[in-house]
Design a protein around this ligand. Sequence first.
Ligand SMILES: *Cc1c(COP(=O)(O)O)cnc(C)c1O
Length: 362
Amino acid sequence: MHRRSVLLNPGPVTLSERVRSALTRGDWCHREAEFATLTREINQRLARVYPQMAEGFEAVTITGSGSAAVEGMLHAFAPVDGATLVVSNGVYGERMVAMLAAQGKAHWTTQGDWLSSIDIRQVEALLTAHPQITHVATVQHETTTGRLNDLDTLGRLCKTRGLSLLVDAVSSFGAENIEPEAWNLAALASTANKCLHGVPGLSFVLARASCWSADSPATSVYLDLHRYHRAQHGDGFSPFTQAVQVAFALSEALAELEDEGGWRERQRSYSRRAEVFADTLHTAGVEPLLPSGTCSAVLRAWKLPSHLGYEQLHDRLKSQGIVIYAGQGNLQEQVFRIAHMGDIDGELDHVKRVLSECLRAP
Ligand SMILES: *Cc1c(COP(=O)(O)O)cnc(C)c1O
């Protein structure tokens, strides 16, 4: 039997049969009533993934990868008259800085070392030095290192100081906790193809109803999310052609998430897998980049053993149908990453065996 590939990269994920078969539901026009109904249903399901967001938050879906949603969120909600502080400790925090720079919006950033947690004293000092800062932007799960940033502490600070929090939750939405009130959350961005187990092509922003109703001077045509919001929460249509089949899969993936017990159950299943991988890797003498208490349930970075380069490890695993992920930037030569997402429970024994074999010292 042909073994399907096991994706241990941080999205796209190994699909369940249920989600894969949704892709062939039919040939639909995105300007017909049934697609408007599907769009509304997806937006409602997205707002319900976290019951605590179901009341105050409204979703908008756009065709594009996770970065499109993050850029759209910053475009819609990072202020033109105030300033944004980006709290960054990885590639995705730095990408938000680049987006704000491209949008010509005032911003500051913390000098975040990739291997360090958020330095809340530094954040406080920057906020005090620059009273024009009205918004804080950060990444919940920094996929660069696997760190789950402490948004309880950062969010409390935002709440106390009356600052709006904008979160890149691309690799955490659906599997890590979100506390919109305690964090003073204004909006978050995420995607179909990570913890939600859909296919790539659609991403989304969930924002407070009051944020959507605010005026925003648009400097982008395609990424003007206020325009999407007016359309999708009006007649249900979108300004531009949406990825119809990707929407079929997302809707099915959201139904599957609900049937499986919601985000908490997904977090539990990721944590169980994380332990399986950790056992196998520890036994093979591989060390984690970060201590386990600081990591997300979604992904961990592991130090490459001295006898094995990334390419070699990757190719050995790939020949057995298993895909891992390289490190980024300075970590490229030092680590490999393993994500715990997707429909992989049936393949775990195979993965454990092959990983142990491939990591064995010569
Ligand atoms: C995957 C990811 C993104 C978006 O990447 P795309 O390639 O645009 O999907 C953004 N932020 C984080 C934290 C991510 O893990």
